[in-house]
Design a protein around this ligand. Structure first.
Ligand SMILES: Cc1cc2nc3c(=O)[nH]c(=O)nc-3n(C[C@H](O)[C@H](O)[C@H](O)COP(=O)(O)OP(=O)(O)OC[C@H]3O[C@@H](n4cnc5c(N)ncnc54)[C@H](O)[C@@H]3O)c2cc1C
Length: 397
């Protein structure tokens, strides 16, 4: 048996013993019971979280010295596929593990890594992203929030918008203007600061669904300690871009695949069988069959491309900008799947609430709606196409 097969066996046994059965199901909704229990750190969610923290598997590939699991990417792929096999939920999600943590690992000082990474691993800190402003979305380098040097700290004034989870966050990573510039990408710095301080006002933006996933965040003499400047003063654009690459690869990452998963029937096929029936083992709707095949082929091609990029990255041959390809295609592919699921459901897709609809019908519609945002946040699809044409394909302006 190869080393990786032995590892898979150990992981399987460990997960069987440590992942509470009550949690083994899909928790698509970010406002799910699991998400709430995890925040409150009670019940089975807490048992699962503590067990995973002890293993370092809340951040499996991070170095052990910061509390991570020290796994190779290959071992992590095995862990993820084994978790997917039994529908074990990710114990810690968010901008800490997917964005600021990996950025600090790449570009932070040793002190910054020691100060911030363990809190993310243990889910003790929650991060939000202070990038967008009323006049700086796609044109992010136009940020106007200003930080002034006051010796051992900076004082920040300005406003950020669309700040996801700001009302629950303990820390913010932020792009601010600190210096003069000829090109607008210059004179920007990347700062970290605590949210619980007098200079910060958070106003949740209420959506038609009733939820408030993001906020307006006002900074009036907010403070950031000098030790929390990441990268060099006035050169934060490089750090900010690196973070976006991590964000984009996490938005666009292809679903993990394991041997078992491959034999599973995709949700679109299950839905089609349920709502359209079968004749002689085939879905009873030729047009739908064509749409499903096209979608499954696209998904397969995407997974293979992601795997090739993963292998190239291991060999040091891929550039950070290729993450835009995955962000672009991954989010479009996810939306395609949601569209297909909703169209297959027909009038059952009108489910909003009520006992007449199944849990799956209710969550499918909501996931379809919330999925609309994936081609906007982290940089819209148009912006990814601009980056791909300029930086990956090398086309002229
Ligand atoms: C659910 C959600 C969560 C978010 N969370 C956060 C967060 O936590 N922190 C944060 O900082 N931001 C967050 N954002 C903001 C997000 O990053 C911006 O919405 C996004 O970058 C687009 O900026 P904008 O909304 O200002 O649109 P605009 O920049 O005004 O763009 C409007 C339209 O014009 C197109 N466009 C703009 N410029 C070009 C161009 N040069 N070429 C071609 N087309 C162009 C865009 O693609 C888009 O379709 C979030 C957004 C959403 C939807």
């Amino acid at each position: 048996m190869s080393e990786i097969e032995i590892f898979r066996k150990e992981v399987r046994v460990w997960l069987e013993e440590n992942c509470p059965k009550s949690l083994r199901k899909r928790w698509d909704d970010p406002f799910s019971e699991f998400s709430v229990l995890r925040k409150l750190r009670t019940g089975d969610a807490s048992l699962w979280l503590e067990a995973m923290i002890a293993k370092g598997w809340t951040t499996p590939t991070w170095p052990k010295e910061y509390g991570g699991g020290g796994l190779s990417r290959h071992q992590n792929a095995v862990l993820q596929s084994e978790m997917a096999r039994i529908a074990a939920p990710q114990p810690v999600l968010g901008m800490g593990t997917s964005m600021i943590g990996p950025t600090l690992l790449d570009l932070g000082t040793e002190e910054q890594k020691k100060a911030h990474l363990p809190g993310i691993v243990k889910s003790e800190t929650r991060w939000c992203q202070g990038y967008s402003e009323p006049n700086a979305g796609s044109d992010l380098a136009n940020v106007q929030a200003k930080a002034v040097d006051k010796g051992d700290h900076f004082v920040i004034n300005g406003s950020k918008t669309w700040t996801s989870g700001a009302q629950f966050a303990t820390w913010m990573f932020c792009l601010v203007r600190t210096g003069k510039y000829e090109k607008k990408q210059q004179g920007i710095s990347f700062l970290l600061f605590e949210m619980d301080q007098p200079g910060i006002t958070i106003k949740p933006i209420r959506l038609i669904s009733g939820n408030s996933p993001f906020c307006e965040t006002f900074l009036d003499d907010a403070k950031a300690l000098k030790e929390n400047l990441v990268g060099k003063l006035d050169e934060g654009w490089t750090v900010g871009k690196r973070l976006l690459q991590h964000e984009r690869s996490s938005i666009g990452s292809a679903p993990s695949s394991s041997g078992k998963e491959k034999s599973k029937v995709p949700a679109v096929v299950k839905f089609a069988r349920k709502y359209h029936g079968e004749v002689d083992g085939r879905i009873d709707n030729p047009e739908l069959r064509t749409d499903i095949i096209r979608h499954l082929m696209n998904t397969k091609a995407f997974k293979l491309t992601a795997k090739r990029a993963f292998d190239e990255a291991k060999a040091g041959a891929s550039s950070g900008e290729t993450t835009s390809m995955f962000k672009f295609y991954g989010s479009e592919n996810t939306q395609e799947r949601h569209e297909l699921l909703v169209s297959i459901m027909g009038t059952n897709a009108l489910a909003w609430e009520g006992e007449d609809f199944s849990e799956t019908e209710l969550s499918t519609l909501r996931t379809w709606l919330s999925g609309k945002a994936t081609t906007i946040y982290g940089g819209s699809s148009e912006i990814q196409m601009n980056i791909i044409s300029k930086r990956v394909l090398g086309l002229p302006e």
